[in-house]
Every structure is written in structure tokens, then in C-alpha cells.
Write a protein that binds this ligand. Sequence first.
Ligand code: FES
Ligand code: FES
Length: 169
Amino acid sequence: MISLTINGRPEQFDLPPDTPLLWALRDHLGLTGTKFGCGAALCGACTVHVDGEAVRSCSAPIGFLDGKKIVTIEGLAASVGRDLHPVQQAWIEEDVVQCGYCHSGQIMSAAALLAQVPRPTDAEIDGALGGNICRCGTYQRIRSGVHKAAEIAAATSGAGRAAQSAAAT
Ligand code: FES
Ligand code: FES
């Protein structure tokens, strides 16, 4: 039995250890927001967070993940205590999506980047999201979306600090 925490909930899987995490999420938990693209760690459509790192779930056998904390697109906002993660909010404001198929993965990669680098440069964005393929070619809007998400995160965390210090006085 393999134990994982998925979006804050403990889950157990009685599956062969070489089962890709993607299929455990989609077929066994019904979390279909994480997409299948290539199945070979080449497109990024299946990106989730494993202990905070962006990971290609199509190529991550669950047998290697026992005890890990997984966050999918369905749990991303709650993982930071919001209704929308700053990346999701920015994606809406910047109208980033075209067909949408790649964007669960794009958003998860962007969120992992911003957790490490709150104000990334264009080069850092391209480096972190370069493995996330978009067949619709939304790359310029993705880059704009990441910059907008960084602004939103900074503004809202600043507002949160101000509210906290006002409440403390
Ligand atoms: S489906 Fe996993 S990287 Fe393409
Ligand atoms: S928006 Fe269509 S594949 Fe990226």
C-alpha cells in the first residue's frame, strides 16, 4: 500500500509501484485537471507539485513517492490559503489561455517558480517553463502572466501584512 497526501488529504493506493502518479490521480481519484500529453516527460501537461517541486506526473512512479505531499491544479489555491492562486488570478486577468490543454501544467510550473523566485526575470521564466509546451503558442502571454502573478502575490501579501499589523495595534 502506498500512502500519499493529495491536496491535503491522506490517500492510499493499492497499485503496482511503477504506476505513474498521473494515472493514480486521474483514474483512481478523478482529478482530471492534470493532463496527459506525451507520457514521456517531454511536454509538461501533467505537471504537479511533489513536496513543492514541479514534477512530471506521467513519469513519476508512485512507488517512489510514498509519504510525499502532492498538490494538483485542483488543490493549488487551497495550498496557499486562497480561493485563487495568484497565478490563476493572473491567468484570468491577462487572458493567457487559448485552447487551455497545456495550462494546468503551465500554472503548476509557474507557481513552483514563484515559490522559489518571487520576482523572476524573463530568462528565469523561460528557464523554468521552457519544458512546458504550448501547441497554441501562448508563450508571450504566459510570460506576462507570470509577471502579473508576481505583482499580485506581492500586493496581496503586503495587504495581508498591513491588515495583521493594524489588527495588532
Ligand atoms: S504528459 Fe507528462 S510531460 Fe507530457
Ligand atoms: S493553450 Fe492550447 S496548448 Fe497551450
